[in-house]
Design a binder for this molecule. Structure first.
Ligand SMILES: *Cc1c(COP(=O)(O)O)cnc(C)c1O
Length: 395
């Protein structure tokens, strides 16, 4: 196989060349610990300050409101656990949705064991929460609303500004897991009234293992990792200088290229959706038809096992996913597809293709051509499909 066609950018992205070049000096030349006193430390310290400004700018935040973490999962854990700790006098009720990433859902079940009460909002068939249901779920002891900006499996974008407004009208903190959205679609923490926001470097061409938690000034949130005084005493541990530098550079590039990138990805995404839906029968698009991430498509093909589809695509060098990377080694259908109302047998046949700025129309056309053949082959081996066609003919 000469070349792979990588269509799993929601799972992780490639570090871009510009980002890597920015990072390299911080492994050997400028390896100082930014917390030290001597002037050799000053360069690392300055580089972190610059990255903090770059990461803040992308979402309209102030640099001092950005905390570097070890990735999206850590940011989500920190936001939820530390908010519960800081606001426990007001109450222990949290509102979230059924389609959050496991970094949120599993943290919520952990908090339930510690005595928190969690309301899991339903979503409609496109994956959107209902603002009325959100309003109805609010109680006097609600301390936090955490709803993702955009879903990692089906790409649906939630009404974040409206959620922020409702949260603040009721004096409730609003956290959003923006790991899939940060850098990919416009986000503004003031206009959207976001109090805390999680993002992760490796979802936007920075390295794995580095992320941010935005915490609005004035939000009382405890530290999560105890130790040294890094990150304004709130997240201890010697700063991961190269990765932080990479994250900052990647954020800057995302900001500079966002408009162009959205346009390009949307065009290719829509071409892909249109071809698959019109050329492959018994196919359903999962997620919102228009309010979705520019780089995400997700389909269900009736009578097909997602696993077999992925194996056959792999044989021709196509990297894709069924559900999310974190759950693909379990046989349970995705909690997101079940939440949008798909029956188990259909939720098994899902395929997620997520594009990057480097994905071309030619690659997509190749993938659709191959997909048509693969699906026909698989359906021809399926007894369910055979029965279905017989019944249709009897009609
Ligand atoms: C990838 C992802 C995470 C986890 O981020 P890591 O940096 O891999 O820990 C959390 N939430 C969403 C929506 C994601 O897509």
């Amino acid at each position: 196989m000469d070349r792979i066609i990588y269509l799993d950018n929601a799972a992780t992205t490639q570090v871009s060349e510009a980002v890597l070049n920015e990072m390299l000096p911080f492994f050997r030349q400028t390896y100082s610990n930014p917390s030290a006193i001597y002037s050799f430390a000053e360069e690392s310290k300055k580089a972190i300050d610059k990255a903090r400004t770059q990461a803040a700018q992308l979402i309209g935040a102030k640099p001092e409101e950005i905390y570097f973490t070890g990735g999206g999962s850590e940011s989500d854990n920190w936001a939820l656990k530390a908010a519960v700790e800081a606001y426990s006098e007001k109450g222990k009720h949290i509102i979230t949705s059924k389609i959050e990433h496991h970094a949120i859902l599993h943290t919520c079940s952990y908090l339930e064991k510690l005595g928190c009460e969690i309301t899991y909002l339903d979503v409609d068939e496109n994956g959107k929460i209902s603002l009325d249901e959100l309003r109805n779920a609010i109680r006097p002891d609600t301390i936090l609303i955490t709803i993702m900006t955009a879903n990692n499996e089906i790409g649906t974008i939630e009404p974040i500004a409206e959620i922020g407004k409702i949260a603040h009208e009721n004096g409730i903190l609003f956290h959003t897991d923006a790991v899939q959205a940060y850098g990919h679609i416009p986000i503004h923490v003031d206009r959207m009234q976001i109090d805390m926001l999680s993002a992760s470097g490796h979802k936007f061409n920075a390295p794995k293992g580095v992320g941010i938690l935005y915490i609005r000034k004035g939000v009382k949130i405890r530290s999560f990792i105890h130790g040294g005084s890094q990150e304004r005493n709130r997240r201890a541990g010697t700063s991961n200088v190269p990765s932080i530098v990479g994250l900052g550079k990647a954020a800057q590039i995302m900001e500079e290229t966002m408009a162009e990138r959205i346009q390009q990805e949307t065009e290719i995404r829509d071409h892909l959706m249109k071809r698959v839906l019109s050329e492959i029968p018994y196919t359903r698009l999962n997620g919102h038809p228009t309010d979705r991430l520019p780089n995400n498509v997700n389909f269900c093909f009736q009578f097909i096992e997602g696993e077999s589809l992925l194996i056959l695509l792999d044989q021709i060098g196509v990297c894709a996913s069924s559900g999310s990377a974190c759950t693909s080694n379990s046989l349970d259908p995705s909690h997101v597809l079940l939440a949008i109302g798909l029956p188990h047998e259909i939720a098994h046949g899902s395929l997620r293709l997520t594009l990057s700025e480097e994905t071309t129309l030619a690659e997509i056309d190749f993938v659709v051509d191959e997909l048509k053949k693969i699906i026909e082959r698989l359906r021809n081996m399926s007894p369910l499909y055979e029965d279905f066609i017989k019944n249709q003919k009897r009609g």
